[in-house]
Design a protein around this ligand. Structure first.
Ligand SMILES: [Zn+2]
Length: 421
Protein backbone atom coordinates (compact mmCIF):
# COMPACT_ATOMS: atom_id res chain seq x y z
CA UNK A 1 0.00 0.00 0.00
CA UNK A 2 2.88 2.35 0.58
CA UNK A 3 4.25 4.38 -2.27
CA UNK A 4 7.45 2.45 -2.80
CA UNK A 5 5.54 -0.25 -4.65
CA UNK A 6 4.05 2.26 -7.04
CA UNK A 7 7.42 3.82 -7.70
CA UNK A 8 8.76 0.61 -9.16
CA UNK A 9 6.44 1.08 -12.12
CA UNK A 10 7.52 4.62 -12.84
CA UNK A 11 11.19 4.24 -12.05
CA UNK A 12 13.39 6.12 -14.45
CA UNK A 13 17.12 5.94 -14.80
CA UNK A 14 18.74 9.19 -13.89
CA UNK A 15 22.07 10.32 -15.16
CA UNK A 16 24.07 13.19 -13.84
CA UNK A 17 22.62 12.99 -10.37
CA UNK A 18 23.94 11.75 -7.09
CA UNK A 19 23.52 7.98 -6.68
CA UNK A 20 22.24 6.27 -3.55
CA UNK A 21 25.82 5.40 -2.70
CA UNK A 22 26.17 9.06 -1.76
CA UNK A 23 25.11 8.19 1.75
CA UNK A 24 26.91 4.88 2.03
CA UNK A 25 29.76 5.07 4.48
CA UNK A 26 33.02 4.04 2.87
CA UNK A 27 34.73 3.44 6.17
CA UNK A 28 34.34 -0.33 6.08
CA UNK A 29 36.98 -0.54 3.40
CA UNK A 30 39.39 2.04 4.74
CA UNK A 31 42.08 1.93 7.37
CA UNK A 32 40.45 4.79 9.33
CA UNK A 33 37.15 3.36 10.49
CA UNK A 34 36.41 6.19 12.96
CA UNK A 35 37.28 9.15 10.78
CA UNK A 36 34.09 9.27 8.73
CA UNK A 37 31.79 9.21 11.74
CA UNK A 38 33.71 11.80 13.66
CA UNK A 39 34.09 14.25 10.81
CA UNK A 40 30.77 13.71 9.05
CA UNK A 41 29.47 17.31 8.85
CA UNK A 42 25.90 16.14 8.21
CA UNK A 43 25.96 14.20 11.47
CA UNK A 44 27.39 17.14 13.40
CA UNK A 45 24.73 19.48 12.00
CA UNK A 46 21.88 17.04 12.63
CA UNK A 47 23.05 16.69 16.24
CA UNK A 48 22.67 20.47 16.61
CA UNK A 49 18.94 20.35 15.81
CA UNK A 50 16.94 20.77 18.97
CA UNK A 51 13.44 19.33 19.42
CA UNK A 52 12.61 21.85 22.15
CA UNK A 53 13.67 24.76 19.94
CA UNK A 54 11.61 23.31 17.10
CA UNK A 55 8.55 23.20 19.36
CA UNK A 56 9.29 26.70 20.67
CA UNK A 57 9.39 28.05 17.12
CA UNK A 58 6.00 26.50 16.33
CA UNK A 59 4.63 27.96 19.58
CA UNK A 60 6.16 31.33 18.69
CA UNK A 61 4.39 31.36 15.34
CA UNK A 62 1.04 30.55 16.92
CA UNK A 63 1.07 33.87 18.81
CA UNK A 64 0.01 35.37 15.46
CA UNK A 65 -3.07 33.17 15.19
CA UNK A 66 -3.75 31.74 11.74
CA UNK A 67 -1.37 34.29 10.09
CA UNK A 68 -3.79 34.76 7.23
CA UNK A 69 -2.22 36.67 4.33
CA UNK A 70 -3.18 40.32 3.91
CA UNK A 71 -3.60 40.98 7.65
CA UNK A 72 -1.58 42.59 10.45
CA UNK A 73 -1.11 39.23 12.14
CA UNK A 74 0.50 37.93 8.94
CA UNK A 75 2.78 40.98 8.60
CA UNK A 76 3.72 40.75 12.28
CA UNK A 77 4.62 37.10 11.80
CA UNK A 78 6.89 37.97 8.84
CA UNK A 79 8.66 40.55 11.05
CA UNK A 80 8.93 38.05 13.89
CA UNK A 81 10.50 35.42 11.61
CA UNK A 82 12.98 38.04 10.41
CA UNK A 83 13.91 38.89 14.01
CA UNK A 84 14.48 35.21 14.76
CA UNK A 85 16.68 34.78 11.68
CA UNK A 86 18.68 37.81 12.79
CA UNK A 87 19.17 36.33 16.24
CA UNK A 88 20.51 33.13 14.63
CA UNK A 89 23.15 35.11 12.75
CA UNK A 90 21.43 34.79 9.38
CA UNK A 91 21.96 38.36 8.28
CA UNK A 92 21.53 38.64 4.52
CA UNK A 93 17.79 38.34 4.39
CA UNK A 94 15.67 39.92 1.73
CA UNK A 95 11.99 40.30 0.99
CA UNK A 96 10.23 39.46 -2.21
CA UNK A 97 7.46 41.95 -2.88
CA UNK A 98 4.41 41.35 -5.00
CA UNK A 99 0.81 42.40 -5.22
CA UNK A 100 -2.06 40.05 -4.55
CA UNK A 101 -5.54 40.63 -5.87
CA UNK A 102 -7.88 37.78 -5.01
CA UNK A 103 -10.03 36.38 -7.82
CA UNK A 104 -13.73 37.19 -7.73
CA UNK A 105 -15.16 34.90 -5.07
CA UNK A 106 -17.49 32.15 -6.09
CA UNK A 107 -20.57 32.39 -3.89
CA UNK A 108 -21.09 29.25 -1.90
CA UNK A 109 -22.23 28.41 1.59
CA UNK A 110 -19.48 28.17 4.17
CA UNK A 111 -18.30 24.60 4.34
CA UNK A 112 -19.06 23.04 7.68
CA UNK A 113 -16.50 21.24 9.75
CA UNK A 114 -17.44 17.71 8.82
CA UNK A 115 -16.06 16.08 11.96
CA UNK A 116 -18.46 13.39 13.00
CA UNK A 117 -19.49 12.33 9.50
CA UNK A 118 -19.03 8.63 8.87
CA UNK A 119 -16.04 7.23 7.03
CA UNK A 120 -17.14 5.91 3.67
CA UNK A 121 -15.33 3.56 1.29
CA UNK A 122 -13.36 5.30 -1.43
CA UNK A 123 -14.68 4.27 -4.88
CA UNK A 124 -12.23 2.06 -6.77
CA UNK A 125 -12.25 4.53 -9.66
CA UNK A 126 -11.36 7.58 -7.53
CA UNK A 127 -8.41 9.74 -8.51
CA UNK A 128 -6.88 12.14 -6.03
CA UNK A 129 -5.62 15.62 -6.80
CA UNK A 130 -2.06 15.14 -8.02
CA UNK A 131 -2.96 11.92 -9.80
CA UNK A 132 -2.75 9.23 -7.10
CA UNK A 133 -5.31 6.54 -6.26
CA UNK A 134 -6.80 7.04 -2.82
CA UNK A 135 -7.70 3.87 -0.89
CA UNK A 136 -9.72 2.76 2.08
CA UNK A 137 -12.13 4.91 4.06
CA UNK A 138 -12.49 8.63 3.61
CA UNK A 139 -14.33 11.59 5.07
CA UNK A 140 -15.10 14.91 3.44
CA UNK A 141 -12.66 17.72 4.08
CA UNK A 142 -13.30 21.45 4.05
CA UNK A 143 -12.09 24.89 5.03
CA UNK A 144 -13.58 26.47 8.09
CA UNK A 145 -14.66 30.06 7.48
CA UNK A 146 -16.95 30.35 10.51
CA UNK A 147 -15.42 32.47 13.30
CA UNK A 148 -17.82 30.98 15.84
CA UNK A 149 -16.36 27.54 15.24
CA UNK A 150 -13.35 28.76 17.25
CA UNK A 151 -14.33 28.30 20.91
CA UNK A 152 -11.29 30.23 22.23
CA UNK A 153 -12.56 33.82 22.33
CA UNK A 154 -9.09 35.35 22.48
CA UNK A 155 -7.99 33.43 19.42
CA UNK A 156 -11.24 34.27 17.62
CA UNK A 157 -10.56 37.95 18.27
CA UNK A 158 -6.92 37.63 17.14
CA UNK A 159 -8.05 36.07 13.86
CA UNK A 160 -10.86 38.54 13.22
CA UNK A 161 -9.15 41.08 10.95
CA UNK A 162 -10.13 40.12 7.38
CA UNK A 163 -7.63 39.80 4.56
CA UNK A 164 -7.25 42.90 2.37
CA UNK A 165 -5.97 42.80 -1.23
CA UNK A 166 -2.72 44.61 -2.00
CA UNK A 167 1.03 44.48 -1.46
CA UNK A 168 2.56 41.36 0.06
CA UNK A 169 6.01 40.45 1.31
CA UNK A 170 7.77 37.17 1.93
CA UNK A 171 11.15 36.73 3.50
CA UNK A 172 14.19 34.66 2.58
CA UNK A 173 17.68 34.30 3.95
CA UNK A 174 20.66 32.87 2.09
CA UNK A 175 23.67 30.93 3.27
CA UNK A 176 26.12 31.96 0.55
CA UNK A 177 28.26 29.15 -0.85
CA UNK A 178 32.01 29.53 -0.30
CA UNK A 179 33.12 28.09 -3.63
CA UNK A 180 29.91 28.10 -5.73
CA UNK A 181 27.92 31.15 -4.65
CA UNK A 182 26.29 31.04 -8.09
CA UNK A 183 24.35 27.82 -7.38
CA UNK A 184 21.82 27.01 -4.68
CA UNK A 185 19.34 24.69 -3.09
CA UNK A 186 16.02 26.12 -1.89
CA UNK A 187 14.58 24.90 1.42
CA UNK A 188 11.15 26.33 2.19
CA UNK A 189 7.78 26.38 3.92
CA UNK A 190 4.74 28.69 3.88
CA UNK A 191 4.16 30.92 6.88
CA UNK A 192 0.54 31.91 6.14
CA UNK A 193 -2.46 29.88 7.21
CA UNK A 194 -6.25 29.89 7.48
CA UNK A 195 -9.18 28.27 9.21
CA UNK A 196 -9.55 30.28 12.48
CA UNK A 197 -7.01 28.22 14.42
CA UNK A 198 -3.30 28.84 14.99
CA UNK A 199 -2.08 27.18 11.76
CA UNK A 200 0.22 25.25 14.08
CA UNK A 201 0.63 22.28 11.77
CA UNK A 202 -0.33 24.01 8.49
CA UNK A 203 2.23 25.35 8.27
CA UNK A 204 3.80 26.45 11.53
CA UNK A 205 5.40 23.00 11.62
CA UNK A 206 7.15 23.48 8.24
CA UNK A 207 8.05 27.11 8.96
CA UNK A 208 9.63 26.15 12.29
CA UNK A 209 11.53 23.36 10.52
CA UNK A 210 13.07 25.82 8.06
CA UNK A 211 13.82 28.20 10.95
CA UNK A 212 15.67 25.43 12.81
CA UNK A 213 17.70 24.69 9.67
CA UNK A 214 18.46 28.41 9.33
CA UNK A 215 19.70 28.46 12.92
CA UNK A 216 21.98 25.44 12.50
CA UNK A 217 23.30 26.49 9.10
CA UNK A 218 24.05 29.97 10.48
CA UNK A 219 26.57 28.50 12.90
CA UNK A 220 29.83 30.46 12.65
CA UNK A 221 31.83 27.32 11.97
CA UNK A 222 29.51 26.05 9.20
CA UNK A 223 30.52 26.49 5.58
CA UNK A 224 28.86 25.21 2.44
CA UNK A 225 30.33 24.99 -1.05
CA UNK A 226 27.02 25.88 -2.65
CA UNK A 227 24.41 28.35 -1.46
CA UNK A 228 21.28 27.40 0.46
CA UNK A 229 18.29 29.74 0.43
CA UNK A 230 15.70 29.42 3.20
CA UNK A 231 12.37 30.83 2.05
CA UNK A 232 9.20 31.53 4.01
CA UNK A 233 6.40 31.74 1.44
CA UNK A 234 3.35 33.90 1.90
CA UNK A 235 -0.04 33.43 0.16
CA UNK A 236 0.25 29.66 -0.12
CA UNK A 237 -3.30 29.20 1.04
CA UNK A 238 -4.72 31.42 -1.70
CA UNK A 239 -3.20 29.22 -4.42
CA UNK A 240 0.63 29.22 -4.19
CA UNK A 241 0.74 32.91 -5.11
CA UNK A 242 3.89 33.71 -3.12
CA UNK A 243 6.00 30.94 -4.64
CA UNK A 244 4.55 31.62 -8.08
CA UNK A 245 5.52 35.32 -7.74
CA UNK A 246 9.06 34.27 -6.80
CA UNK A 247 9.41 32.02 -9.86
CA UNK A 248 8.01 34.73 -12.09
CA UNK A 249 10.26 37.50 -10.75
CA UNK A 250 13.48 35.57 -10.27
CA UNK A 251 13.62 32.64 -12.68
CA UNK A 252 15.48 34.60 -15.37
CA UNK A 253 17.99 36.03 -12.90
CA UNK A 254 19.42 32.58 -12.18
CA UNK A 255 23.20 32.33 -12.19
CA UNK A 256 23.69 35.98 -13.23
CA UNK A 257 26.54 37.87 -11.60
CA UNK A 258 25.23 41.37 -10.86
CA UNK A 259 27.13 43.59 -11.40
CA UNK A 260 29.57 41.59 -13.57
CA UNK A 261 32.81 40.83 -11.76
CA UNK A 262 31.28 41.50 -8.31
CA UNK A 263 31.09 37.87 -7.25
CA UNK A 264 27.51 38.64 -6.22
CA UNK A 265 24.74 36.39 -7.50
CA UNK A 266 21.31 37.73 -6.44
CA UNK A 267 19.67 34.55 -7.74
CA UNK A 268 22.02 31.59 -7.76
CA UNK A 269 21.14 28.86 -10.26
CA UNK A 270 18.49 26.54 -8.83
CA UNK A 271 19.81 23.03 -8.16
CA UNK A 272 16.89 21.67 -6.17
CA UNK A 273 13.85 22.79 -4.20
CA UNK A 274 12.59 21.12 -1.01
CA UNK A 275 9.22 22.26 0.38
CA UNK A 276 7.79 21.43 3.83
CA UNK A 277 4.08 21.61 4.58
CA UNK A 278 2.21 19.94 7.49
CA UNK A 279 4.84 17.92 9.27
CA UNK A 280 3.21 16.67 12.48
CA UNK A 281 0.14 14.50 12.14
CA UNK A 282 0.29 10.92 10.90
CA UNK A 283 -2.49 9.11 12.76
CA UNK A 284 -3.79 6.97 9.92
CA UNK A 285 -7.01 6.97 7.93
CA UNK A 286 -10.47 7.80 9.30
CA UNK A 287 -12.32 4.85 10.80
CA UNK A 288 -15.89 3.81 9.99
CA UNK A 289 -17.22 6.31 12.52
CA UNK A 290 -15.31 9.04 10.65
CA UNK A 291 -12.91 9.59 13.56
CA UNK A 292 -9.15 9.67 13.13
CA UNK A 293 -7.24 8.18 16.09
CA UNK A 294 -5.95 10.57 18.76
CA UNK A 295 -2.74 8.53 18.78
CA UNK A 296 -0.02 8.55 16.18
CA UNK A 297 -0.16 5.34 14.14
CA UNK A 298 2.69 2.90 14.77
CA UNK A 299 3.61 3.02 11.06
CA UNK A 300 4.02 6.81 11.05
CA UNK A 301 6.44 8.00 8.39
CA UNK A 302 7.63 11.05 6.50
CA UNK A 303 6.23 11.35 2.98
CA UNK A 304 8.49 12.71 0.29
CA UNK A 305 6.68 13.38 -2.97
CA UNK A 306 7.72 14.36 -6.48
CA UNK A 307 5.39 14.91 -9.43
CA UNK A 308 5.72 12.21 -12.07
CA UNK A 309 4.00 14.47 -14.63
CA UNK A 310 6.53 17.27 -14.49
CA UNK A 311 9.42 18.18 -16.74
CA UNK A 312 11.97 17.44 -14.03
CA UNK A 313 10.36 14.19 -12.84
CA UNK A 314 13.58 12.17 -13.15
CA UNK A 315 15.71 14.71 -11.30
CA UNK A 316 12.99 15.26 -8.70
CA UNK A 317 12.70 11.54 -8.12
CA UNK A 318 16.45 11.28 -7.60
CA UNK A 319 16.28 14.13 -5.10
CA UNK A 320 13.39 12.40 -3.29
CA UNK A 321 15.39 9.18 -2.91
CA UNK A 322 18.34 11.19 -1.66
CA UNK A 323 16.19 12.46 1.18
CA UNK A 324 14.90 8.96 1.82
CA UNK A 325 18.49 7.79 2.15
CA UNK A 326 19.30 10.74 4.42
CA UNK A 327 16.36 9.74 6.60
CA UNK A 328 17.61 6.18 6.77
CA UNK A 329 21.01 7.28 7.97
CA UNK A 330 20.29 10.35 10.11
CA UNK A 331 16.65 10.47 11.31
CA UNK A 332 16.31 9.13 14.83
CA UNK A 333 12.79 7.68 14.90
CA UNK A 334 10.74 7.54 11.71
CA UNK A 335 11.24 6.12 8.22
CA UNK A 336 10.49 8.02 5.00
CA UNK A 337 8.70 6.87 1.88
CA UNK A 338 8.64 8.30 -1.62
CA UNK A 339 5.53 8.99 -3.69
CA UNK A 340 5.04 10.27 -7.20
CA UNK A 341 2.05 12.63 -6.87
CA UNK A 342 3.35 15.88 -5.37
CA UNK A 343 0.58 18.48 -5.56
CA UNK A 344 -0.93 21.65 -4.05
CA UNK A 345 2.26 22.96 -2.51
CA UNK A 346 4.90 25.64 -3.13
CA UNK A 347 7.24 23.25 -4.93
CA UNK A 348 4.66 22.95 -7.73
CA UNK A 349 5.55 26.30 -9.41
CA UNK A 350 9.18 25.08 -9.59
CA UNK A 351 8.66 21.55 -10.86
CA UNK A 352 9.14 22.27 -14.57
CA UNK A 353 12.35 24.25 -14.00
CA UNK A 354 14.28 22.31 -11.37
CA UNK A 355 14.18 19.15 -9.24
CA UNK A 356 11.33 19.89 -6.81
CA UNK A 357 9.95 17.80 -3.95
CA UNK A 358 7.54 18.14 -1.05
CA UNK A 359 8.03 16.72 2.45
CA UNK A 360 4.90 16.05 4.56
CA UNK A 361 3.22 14.04 7.30
CA UNK A 362 1.15 12.16 4.71
CA UNK A 363 0.66 12.09 0.97
CA UNK A 364 -1.20 15.26 0.05
CA UNK A 365 -3.57 13.89 -2.58
CA UNK A 366 -4.42 10.35 -1.52
CA UNK A 367 -4.24 10.70 2.26
CA UNK A 368 -4.72 14.28 3.48
CA UNK A 369 -7.26 14.71 0.67
CA UNK A 370 -9.10 11.67 2.07
CA UNK A 371 -9.41 13.22 5.53
CA UNK A 372 -6.37 11.80 7.34
CA UNK A 373 -5.75 15.16 9.05
CA UNK A 374 -8.97 16.37 10.75
CA UNK A 375 -7.27 19.63 11.87
CA UNK A 376 -6.53 20.67 8.29
CA UNK A 377 -7.82 24.26 7.85
CA UNK A 378 -9.90 23.88 10.99
CA UNK A 379 -10.06 25.81 14.32
CA UNK A 380 -8.47 22.73 15.95
CA UNK A 381 -5.12 23.33 14.23
CA UNK A 382 -3.68 24.79 17.45
CA UNK A 383 -0.46 24.01 19.29
CA UNK A 384 -2.26 22.20 22.13
CA UNK A 385 -3.69 19.60 19.73
CA UNK A 386 -0.32 17.96 19.12
CA UNK A 387 1.64 15.64 21.38
CA UNK A 388 5.29 14.76 21.80
CA UNK A 389 5.24 12.05 19.12
CA UNK A 390 3.71 14.47 16.63
CA UNK A 391 6.43 17.06 17.21
CA UNK A 392 9.05 14.35 16.97
CA UNK A 393 7.79 13.39 13.49
CA UNK A 394 8.33 16.98 12.31
CA UNK A 395 11.72 17.06 13.97
CA UNK A 396 12.72 13.88 12.13
CA UNK A 397 11.84 15.60 8.86
CA UNK A 398 14.17 18.43 9.90
CA UNK A 399 16.95 15.90 10.47
CA UNK A 400 16.27 14.40 7.05
CA UNK A 401 16.28 17.63 5.08
CA UNK A 402 19.26 19.07 6.95
CA UNK A 403 21.38 15.96 6.36
CA UNK A 404 20.45 15.81 2.67
CA UNK A 405 21.01 19.54 2.17
CA UNK A 406 24.36 19.42 3.99
CA UNK A 407 25.53 16.67 1.65
CA UNK A 408 24.16 18.32 -1.49
CA UNK A 409 25.54 21.77 -0.74
CA UNK A 410 28.87 20.40 0.50
CA UNK A 411 28.79 21.45 4.13
CA UNK A 412 31.93 21.47 6.23
CA UNK A 413 32.50 22.37 9.87
CA UNK A 414 35.53 24.58 10.07
CA UNK A 415 36.71 23.68 13.53
CA UNK A 416 36.73 19.95 12.91
CA UNK A 417 38.37 19.96 9.50
CA UNK A 418 42.16 19.64 9.39
CA UNK A 419 42.43 22.70 7.15
CA UNK A 420 41.03 24.90 9.90
CA UNK A 421 44.12 24.49 12.04
ZN1 LIG B 1 -0.10 24.17 3.94
Amino acid sequence: MRSKLRIAATCVFVTGFIPYAFFQSSNAATSQPQAETVTDPAKILVDRLDLERYKAAIKGLTQFGDRREGTDRNRNAVNWIEAQLKSYGCTNFERLKYNYQPPTPVTSAAQPNNAGGPGTPTPATATAVGGGRPRGLRVRTGINSDPNAQPDLKLRELNSQPSAPGPREEIYCTKVGATHPDEMYIVSAHMDGKGWGEAANDDGSGTALVMELARVLSGRDVQTERSIRLIFWNNEETGLNGSAAYVEQRKDLQGKEIPPGSGHYPEPKWLGMIQHDMMLFDHGMPREDGIVSKEQRPEADINIEFQVNSKFAAQSQALAWMLEQADEKYATDYPASVGSHMTNTDSSPFMNDVAAISVRENERGTEIGNGWDPQWHQPTDVYATYNEKDFRLGWNAAQTTLAATAKLAGATITRTTPSAR
